[in-house]
Write a protein that binds this ligand. Structure first.
Ligand code: SF4
Length: 443
C-alpha cells in the first residue's frame, strides 16, 4: 500500500480541504502517515496570506523533498495560485494544484505516474477569478473527535486593501445547501456533537445561490445529534436586529461571535477598505448583547497599518476596551506584495508595531480574564474534549458554548460528553477551573 503524508498551512478552510484530500487518498487505497515519516506522496496545502506564509510553504515543500527524494511532491492551494511562476520554477515540486482543483488530486497523481518516465510535471492552475462553481469536497471524519469544522463557502468579493485572499481564492462561491446538510448528517452519524461553519467570507454565504447564512444555520439546527453550532468569522454588518433575534431563538447556536474588526478607527478602516464604521460595528455588538445573555465577542486587529498614527492607534485601543472583547487576535501589519496597502505611504516601523502589539496584548489579556471571571461560582455547560495535565493534575478539558476553555480535575474517559459543572475560579491562561464533584451529565 502506498503511503501519503499531508501538511496544512493557514486557515480553517485550508485545514478542511487538507483533511478532505486526506480522505480522498484513503478512499483510493493510500495509507496516511505523519508528515515527518518517509512517504511515497507528500501533499502540502500551502498558504499565501503573508510573506511569512509563502516562505513556510516553500520550506515545507523542500522538507518533503528531503524526506524522500523519490517521492511525488504535490503543492496545492494559495501559494501555488498567487506565486504561480515561482512555484513552477521550483524543481522540488512534481504536481501543482491551484484552488478549486484539490478534488482532482487522485487523478493528478495518476496522470503524473503515467508521464513520470518522461519526467514531466503535472499542473492544474486556472484563473481563479473566473471560477464560478463551488468546489465540492467531502469530509466524514476529522482529526478532532468532538468538533468538526465544516466548509460551506469559498472566495471573497471585499478586496480589503491589505489582503491577497480574493486573488488566491476568487469570487464568492457557496456550497449547495443539500451538500452541507448531507455532510452535517454524516458528521452527526459519526458522533460529532459540534459543527463550526467556516468559509473564506462566511457572511457572504448564499449571495450566489439564493440562500443566506441565517437560513443555513436554521437548517443545520434541525439535525439530530448535533448539539452545538458555532459560526466562523463574521462581517460586522451581518448582525441586524433580525439576525441576532433569529439566532437567539436557536438554542444550539453558540453565543460566541467572531466579528472581524481590524481597526477601531474610522480613518484606518477606510484606508483598509473595510465596509463599516466603528459605530456600525458597535451597533452589531449591542444587538448581540441584547439577545444573548453573556455572548463572547472575539475579533482580529491589525496594528501598524500604513499611516496609523499614535492617535489612530489610541482610538483602536479605546474601542477594544469599550466593546470589552473576550479575545482579540492581534496581528502586526505585514506587507503583502500585490496589494494596495503594500504601496501606501507612511509604512510603520517594526519597532512601533512591536510596541503597539505589546500594549494591546496586555490590555486585552485583562479583558479576557474579566470575561471568564464572570462565570466563577456559576454553573456552566461544557463539552468535554480530551484528557490533559494542568498544573500537575490529570484533567479533562473542554469548552463552554462561549468557547471559554474549562478544566475538570480528575482523569476520566468521558470525552465527547456534555456536562453541567460549577466554575470555581479562573486559571492564569483564562480557562475556568471546574469543581471536581459538581458535574452532571446532560447528554
Ligand atoms: S474580507 Fe477582506 S480580509 Fe477578509 S478575506 Fe476578504 S479581502 Fe481578505
Amino acid at each position: 500500500m502506498k503511503k501519503a503524508a499531508l501538511h496544512n498551512l493557514g486557515c480553517k478552510v485550508n485545514a478542511y480541504e487538507t483533511e478532505a484530500m486526506g480522505q480522498l487518498l484513503r478512499e483510493n487505497g493510500y495509507e496516511l502517515v505523519p508528515f515527518s515519516e518517509k512517504a511515497d506522496v507528500y501533499v502540502i496545502n500551502t498558504c499565501s496570506v503573508t510573506v511569512v506564509a509563502d516562505k513556510k510553504s516553500r520550506q515545507m515543500i523542500h522538507r518533503a523533498r528531503k524526506l524522500n527524494p523519490d517521492a511525488v511532491v504535490v503543492a496545492a492551494g494559495c501559494y501555488v495560485q498567487t506565486a504561480r511562476e515561482q512555484a513552477m520554477a521550483d524543481e522540488a515540486i512534481d504536481i501543482l494544484i491551484g484552488n478549486n482543483k484539490k478534488h482532482e488530486l487522485v487523478e493528478a497523481l495518476r496522470a503524473f505516474e503515467e508521464r513520470r518516465s518522461q519526467s514531466k510535471r503535472w499542473m492544474d492552475i486556472t484563473d481563479i477569478s473566473q471560477e464560478t462553481d463551488y468546489e465540492e469536497l467531502r469530509l466524514d471524519k476529522t482529526a478532532e473527535h468532538t468538533r468538526a469544522f465544516l466548509k460551506v463557502q469559498d472566495g471573497c468579493n471585499q478586496f480589503c486593501s491589505y489582503c491577497i485572499i480574493p486573488y488566491a481564492r476568487g469570487r464568492v462561491r457557496s456550497r449547495d445547501l443539500s451538500e452541507v446538510m448531507a455532510e452535517v448528517e454524516r458528521l452527526a452519524g459519526n458522533g460529532y456533537r459540534e459543527v463550526v461553519l467556516t468559509g473564506i467570507h462566511l457572511s457572504s454565504y448564499g449571495v450566489d445561490n439564493g440562500e443566506s447564512l441565517l437560513s443555513l444555520v436554521q437548517r443545520v439546527h434541525e439535525v439530530e445529534g448535533i448539539k452545538r453550532i458555532r459560526l466562523g468569522s463574521l462581517e460586522p454588518k451581518i448582525v441586524t436586529e433580525e439576525f441576532a433575534r433569529e439566532l437567539a431563538g436557536l438554542p444550539k447556536v453558540c453565543p460566541h461571535f467572531h466579528l472581524s474588526l481590524q481597526s477601531g478607527c474610522d480613518a484606518t478602516l477606510k484606508r483598509m477598505n473595510r465596509k463599516y464604521t466603528c459605530e456600525e460595528y458597535k451597533r452589531g455588538c449591542e444587538l448581540l448583547r441584547k439577545y444573548f445573555e453573556h455572548p463572547a465577542l472575539t475579533t482580529d486587529v491589525i496594528v501598524g497599518f500604513p499611516g496609523e498614527t499614535e492617535e489612530e492607534f489610541e482610538a483602536t485601543r479605546a474601542f477594544l476596551k469599550d466593546i470589552a472583547f473576550f479575545e482579540v487576535h492581534i496581528f502586526k501589519y505585514s506587507k503583502r506584495r500585490g496589494t494596495r496597502a503594500a504601496a501606501m505611504p507612511n509604512q510603520v516601523s517594526e519597532d512601533v508595531k512591536n510596541v503597539r502589539s505589546d500594549i494591546l496584548f496586555e490590555d486585552t489579556g485583562k479583558l479576557s480574564y474579566d470575561f471568564a471571571a464572570w462565570y466563577a461560582g456559576k454553573k456552566v455547560e461544557v463539552l468535554l474534549e480530551e484528557e490533559t495535565v494542568v498544573e500537575g493534575r490529570s484533567c479533562m478539558v473542554g469548552h463552554t458554548p462561549e468557547y471559554v476553555k474549562a478544566v475538570l480535575p480528575g482523569k476520566k474517559n468521558n470525552a465527547n460528553q456534555m456536562v453541567l459543572a460549577q466554575a470555581e475560579t479562573v486559571l492564569s491562561d483564562h480557562s475556568l477551573l471546574l469543581k471536581q464533584n459538581s458535574t452532571e451529565n446532560i447528554d
